[in-house]
Design a protein around this ligand. Structure first.
Ligand code: SF4
Length: 259
């Protein structure tokens, strides 16, 4: 009997896959060390439990009818390719669609899921402008000498997602280190790829609120204020007006709102 390590389960979410009710599973551990990460207990593996495939079957079977997607996040779920495949295969048994949230660092795993017809929707984090190595290193905790290859892999994941015709969400958390110019630079890159693949209808760009809590890794970020909603909306509208992307804002108080 296959046993799987997971961190948390939410049986109903209305915000993780936009417009679709989903079950959310969090998988432990991550290959990034973002100092502002809100999921530290998941990233360092202090919240972990073992479940069986039968557990997944019961979970998905009881959700059938009102859930559309099984969304897997973390941590970084692509660190667990075997577990991901099992979760998605079981989801397919119940005719549920599948969704992955990734930091984009493992294009080969994403490719394998796509080629196995196990993925319908992907949410890829773009944590800083992809041409700003120093900032990407700072906000992800990845040493500067390694960040170049990570950025290449994130770009590859984004290209793969668009090329494969998946529903794609690109998301940026508006942490205190990012200003509107940084977000505009991210959006410019996204708009260029969307234009290349002519996939405007398949792509949404989401600006997320940074919400400090005691589970944030670095004390400096724990002491910050949440991103003000009006800042999220102002920057989001700038992106929408400049690049014509479909832009949403995700926040604690308002949930997910299209601009
Ligand atoms: S924010 Fe995401 S990518 Fe960064 S450490 Fe946390 S789980 Fe990993």
């Amino acid at each position: 009997m296959d046993r799987l390590l997971i961190s948390e389960v939410r049986e109903l979410s209305l915000i993780d896959v936009i417009g679709s009710p989903s079950i959310v599973l969090w998988l432990p551990y991550c290959n990034f060390r973002c100092p502002w990460c809100q999921n530290t207990p998941i990233v360092n593996g202090s919240i972990v439990r073992e479940v069986t495939v039968n557990y997944l079957r019961e979970l998905f079977s009881s959700a059938k009818g009102f859930i559309e997607y099984v969304h897997v996040t973390g941590g970084e779920p692509t660190l667990h390719s075997r577990v991901l495949k099992i979760i998605y295969k079981v989801a397919r048994e119940y005719n549920l669609k599948t969704s992955l949230n990734t930091n984009g660092s493992n294009p080969n795993i994403v490719k394998c899921l796509i080629n196995s017809n196990l993925l319908d929707h992907i949410a890829i984090d773009v944590k800083a402008p992809l041409d700003n190595k120093a900032l990407y290193s700072k906000v992800t905790g990845i040493p500067l000498d390694l960040v170049d290859s990570i950025i290449c892999r994130i770009k590859e994941t984004i290209n793969l997602a668009f090329k494969s015709g998946l529903e794609v969400e690109l998301r940026t958390t508006l942490i205190p280190d990012l200003n509107s110019k940084h977000v505009i630079a991210i959006a410019k890159h996204i708009a260029r790829i969307v234009g290349e693949y002519r996939c405007h209808s398949k792509c949404v760009y989401v600006l997320q609120q940074f919400i400090p809590s005691e589970t944030v890794r670095d004390l400096k970020y724990r002491l910050q204020k949440p991103t003000p909603i009006d800042k999220l909306v102002r920057v989001g509208k700038e992106v929408k007006d400049k690049y014509g992307l479909r832009v949403y804002v995700r926040s604690l108080d308002k949930g997910i709102v299209r601009l």
